[in-house]
Design a protein around this ligand. Structure first.
Ligand code: NAD
Length: 482
């Protein structure tokens, strides 16, 4: 697989970049170059925003009947589905995601979001009338916000981009996508699908780039709304800029979620489920449940089971369907995670599984699935997002203490409760300050609003709430009578 992009998808065409800088994408498993793209600069961002502006202001995309936009979204979905294998394999090579996850999470998720929002916009009430204080009816309208800047990270590049693009396009907005440099290749495949689907020129544009392009896009005077997914540190910076510009912003940020195993849970079932919930995408998942809260009287049993689980996960080539854990995205990311493992040891946590690089893999940025026991919730490894295959197991004595520990963290993105009694689990889930939480598992759903409490972000994606994020609300007031 070799991808060689020398141009940028702007205004419905592949155009020569202004920037001469080249981004070489490295395969996380082989450590070899697998393709290249331009690194967009601020002049490239200007061109993309100008195209999106023209498409919004002049071409009629936002004035189309919702059903006509929905038809286009469905064609876009179809073109992505035709490329699903290529997309899934490209992302697996780029970031090391096991192919068994990449097929649904990259190959098909984008089409799923497009079809969901196409269905929603066909039915969505864009105007309603309301009785007010005075005689006459108030006309309340939902109007598309305008040009959307969508900035995404490298960990689930297709899904995270489409959680923004699909509702934005459905609402009648136009989009400039800035993918991360690590996963710029699959974003260009998305652009090829958009072109094949016949999206009008300028409705969707892609500027692969780093911080320069990101900063230029967020602050660009032609942008009406910023939707960002990435780290909390970058989200704070973007939130400050958006605040100064009074520009609407959605921020999907980091997490340090708790998996609460209740004392009535079947340990084998609960811990088996943690493979998907705690180690997804080699731990590079914002929703990863990296703090396992275990009842003190069953702590040893649960820690042993989690340790056995981590040791049983097959680490290796992410293209092998038997692989559960592939490499992390880059050498820098692996060093960062190793720093956290050293910190955990220094804090007195007990390493029960992993902790190093797998001896049998000479190339690729691999790390062993790692478990720390005897962890206190105030340790650095229990407080900060590690973003690798490293989890902590923390004891609690009562359900109330479990709730307190789960909530005693800067983040509030995801979580899960494991129990033999779904009603009891649901009651406990109500007490957790988090945007999404699962019972006996955790899976994101197109229809379930997704987003963070606290430092995990602002706003919601998915569901009708995700569509509302791309509208302004206007009230047309009735004639004033004496
Ligand atoms: P990051 O914040 O470094 O980068 C994310 C994106 O922002 C990239 O496209 C990057 O090029 C761009 N960027 C970086 N600095 C910028 C700046 N100053 N201005 C504008 N753009 C800038 O994040 P990362 O390390 O690549 O991604 C991992 C993080 O993303 C983790 O913290 C993870 O939890 C979070 N994440 C959150 C969600 C969610 O939905 N809540 C989903 C996935 C990942």
């Amino acid at each position: 697989m070799k991808h060689d992009y020398t141009s940028l998808f702007i205004d419905g065409q592949w155009v020569a970049p202004h920037s001469a800088d080249v981004n070489t994408v490295i395969n996380a498993t082989t450590e070899e170059a697998m393709g290249r793209t331009p690194i967009s600069d601020s002049a490239d961002v200007d061109a993309a925003v100008a195209a999106a502006r023209r498409a919004f202001d002049g071409t009629g995309w936002s004035d189309l009947e919702p059903a006509a936009r929905a038809d286009t979204l469905e064609r876009f979905a179809h073109e992505l589905e035709k490329r699903s294998t290529l997309i899934a394999e490209t992302v697996t090579a780029e970031n090391g995601m096991p192919i068994t996850l990449s097929v649904p999470a990259n190959g098909y998720s984008g089409a799923g979001f497009l079809r969901y929002y196409a269905g929603l916009i066909r039915e969505f009430p864009l105007e309603e009338t309301r009785a007010g204080d005075r005689p006459g009816e108030i006309l309340v309208r939902r109007e598309p916000l305008g040009v959307v800047a969508a900035l995404v990270p490298w960990n689930y590049p297709q899904a995270l981009a489409m959680m923004k693009i699909a509702p934005a396009l459905a609402a009648g907005c136009t989009v400039v996508l800035k993918p991360a440099l690590e996963t710029a290749l699959d974003a260009n495949i998305m652009a090829e699908a958009a072109a094949a689907a016949g999206l009008p020129p300028g409705v969707f544009n892609v500027v692969p780039g780093g911080i320069e392009a990101g900063q230029a896009l967020v602050a660009h005077p032609g942008v009406d709304k910023v939707s960002f997914t990435g780290s909390t540190a970058t989200g704070r910076i973007i939130g400050e800029v958006a605040g100064r510009l009074l520009r609407p912003v959605t921020l999907e940020l980091g997490g340090k979620s708790a998996a609460i195993v209740l004392d009535d849970a079947d340990v084998a079932t609960a811990v088996g489920g943690l493979a998907e919930v705690s180690f997804p995408n080699n731990g590079q998942t914002c929703t990863a449940n990296t703090r396992v809260l275990a009842p003190a009287r069953r702590y040893a049993q649960i820690l042993d089971a989690v340790t056995d689980l981590a040791k049983s996960l097959t680490v290796g080539d992410p293209f092998d369907p038997a692989t559960a854990v592939g490499p992390v995205v880059s050498a820098r990311q692996r060093e960062r995670i190793e720093g956290y493992i050293a910190t955990g040891r220094g804090e007195g946590a007990r390493l029960t599984a992993g902790g190093g690089r797998p001896a049998h893999l000479e190339r690729g940025w691999f790390l062993e699935p790692t478990v720390f026991g005897d962890v206190r919730n105030d340790m650095v490894i229990a407080r900060e997002e590690i973003f690798g295959p490293v989890i902590t197991v923390i004891p609690y004595r009562t359900d109330t203490e479990a709730v307190e520990l789960a909530n005693d963290n800067e983040y509030g993105l995801a979580g899960s409760v494991w129990t033999g009694d779904v009603e009891r689990g649901t009651a406990l889930a109500r007490r957790i300050r988090t945007g999404t939480i699962g019972i006996n598992g955790y899976r994101i759903d197109n229809a379930a609003p997704f987003g963070g409490y606290k430092a995990s972000g602002l706003g919601r994606e998915n569901g009708p709430e995700g569509l509302m994020a791309y509208f302004q609300t206007k009230s047309i007031l009735p004639p004033v009578t004496a």
